[in-house]
Ligand binder design. Structure first.
Ligand code: MV4
Length: 510
């Protein structure tokens, strides 16, 4: 997807229907392409980073997302008022609402993403399984329709064999999901799954799958254009997560051999083609302990963890989304996409790992962001910004690239050591713990990694007091700010370096 200077920008003005780091990411792509960007913001986001990054900005309502970032009518009105020719939805919010894609089309504004039809087909998990099976994609053994009576469920479950998973047809992400180990638990689990599914998705249809034990979550990035070309950009390993919230991702995955990797890529392309997929999408697989993979869901949006794919393949996925939406053909073929080196992403959240990962918002008194060779930090915040409780607590995504996995991990640990945030508590020390864990080092991870290995006490081990960080906290207090919950992440390396010694003396002088 090479954009030469003589080419006209694909659009004149793009409205970014999102906030935080992903809105900033999209606006950066716009700037590089010569496209103006339009921000929308809720009341507490008046001075947010994405508003400062944009060429134009419009208020869309109060803090509650339901009254601002989720208001299709307001977003379309701003698009028309600002004369934007396209809308980028980012991730979350309206990014996977078929009704939003349709509303854009109806208003004559290009939705940067797949068709409303593809979004709806993949959003209905029973329909998605049916389509995938038809396309020859391996799906987890289970029901081919939403479940009826308790009796039917019992019959199906015993045919599949316990343990089974009950899942909501109306949406993914673990909501409405229940693991059922034996027949006697089935009735009450079914009731619970239905009720949770109804309140989460307004749809109490439930289906059943064989439960895969200690699975790995591995997903494949795909890109499809409007000319019928679909390529994959290899895999991302996303097994290190907590309560269905991903925390660390890497690419490639340590779990795949070359044969499995290329088969998974081929299958992901077939999955996308089955719904005439246009844009950037992700095909999620569960990989069992015998390295068999099964289709789980398809995400019809750009994902949080897309930068690790960018680091390893060199493809700018957001630029690709925009150029595809403008009708341009993919400028490369499958054979042009190669995995080079290794990339890891650590999601930096304003949360407290020592206190059950409770969200820890607040004003950012001091922020020192890592940089240097192989490091990328996609941030949605700045020093002085107030991190609010209204939205996802993600502060930034720290990405390290290296020629090998070891080099990427080493760079990430070095960068985490440079990260200073005073104000909100951040999970920096948690990442340092995870990246040093022997199981992580060995690539021995699955979706139970954190639950199995993590205790708050583990954070103290190997983390000596971080002198530059304490220095920064003291400096913040001296400047009249507040220094709440220094995160205690210490850089690797000798504890008494000249730099740290100087930082300590300087802090004490203040
Ligand atoms: C499963 C599973 C085991 N067997 N399905 C969780 C989120 C949703 N998208 C699907 N999920 C799972 N589905 C079967 N048949 C285990 C999980 C699962 C999981 C999947 C991906 C990443 C993290 C997870 C954590 C717990 C359970």
């Amino acid at each position: 997807m090479a954009t030469s200077h003589s080419e006209r920008p694909p659009f004149t003005r793009i409205l970014v229907a999102n906030r935080g780091e992903i809105a900033v990411r999209v606006m950066r792509a716009c700037r590089e392409l010569g496209i103006e960007s339009v921000a929308v913001y809720s009341e507490p986001d008046r001075s947010a980073l994405h508003v400062r990054q944009a060429d134009h900005a419009y208020p869309i309502g109060p803090a509650a997302a339901a009254e601002s970032y989720l208001r299709i009518d307001k977003l379309i009105a701003v698009a028309l008022e600002s004369r934007a020719d396209a809308i980028h939805p980012g991730y979350g919010f309206l990014s996977e609402r078929a009704a939003f894609a349709q509303a854009c089309a109806d208003a004559g504004v290009v939705f940067i993403g797949p068709s409303a039809h593809a979004i709806a087909a993949m959003g209905d998990k029973v329909e998605a399984r049916r389509l995938m099976r038809k396309a020859g994609v391996p799906v987890v053994p289970g029901s081919d329709h939403a479940l009826g009576s308790d009796g039917e469920v019992e019959k199906l479950a015993s045919a599949i064999g316990f343990p089974v998973m009950l899942k909501a047809a109306g949406g993914g992400g673990g909501k409405g999901m229940r693991l059922v180990e034996s027949p006697d638990q089935l009735k009450s689990a079914l009731r619970a799954a239905r009720s949770e599914a109804r309140s989460a998705f307004g749809d109490d249809r439930v289906y059943v799958e064989k439960a895969i034990v200690r699975p790995r979550h591995i997903e494949v990035q795909v890109l499809g254009d409007t000319h019928g070309h679909v390529v994959h950009l290899y895999e991302r390993e996303c097994s290190v997560q907590r309560r269905h919230q991903k925390v660390i991702e890497e690419s490639p995955s340590t779990a795949l051999d070359e044969a499995t990797r290329s088969e998974m890529g081929r299958v992901a392309v077939a999955a996308a083609k089955a719904v005439d997929y246009v844009g950037a999408g992700t095909v999620e697989f569960l990989v069992d302990q015998e390295r068999r993979f099964h289709f789980l869901e398809m995400n019809t949006r750009i994902q949080v963890e897309h930068p690790i794919t960018e680091a390893v393949t060199g493809v700018d996925l957001v630029k690709a989304q925009i150029e595809i939406a403008a009708g341009r053909p993919l400028g490369f073929e499958q054979a042009d996409v190669v995995q080079r080196g290794w990339a890891i992403e650590c999601r930096i959240y304003a949360e407290d790992p020592e206190n059950n990962f409770l969200p820890a918002p607040g004003r950012i008194a001091v922020l020192r962001v890592p940089s240097g060779i192989g490091i990328r930090d996609d941030s949605g915040v700045y020093e002085g910004f107030e991190v609010s409780t209204h939205y996802d607590p993600i502060l930034s995504k720290l990405v390290a690239w290296g020629a090998t996995r070891d080099e990427a991990i080493g760079r990430m640990l070095r960068a985490l050591g440079e990260y200073v945030i005073v104000g909100p508590t951040a999970n920096v020390a948690f990442h340092r713990w995870a990246l040093r864990h022997p199981a992580f080092r060995a690539g021995d991870i699955d979706t139970g990694f954190i639950a199995r290995h993590f205790t708050p006490a583990a954070l103290a081990e190997g983390t000596e007091a971080d002198l530059p960080l304490i220095g920064a906290a003291l400096a913040a207090i001296a400047r009249g700010g507040t220094a709440v919950g220094a995160n205690g992440a210490g850089p690797p390396g000798p504890p008494r370096s000249r730099w740290r010694e100087l930082a300590r003396r300087e802090a004490l002088r203040e």
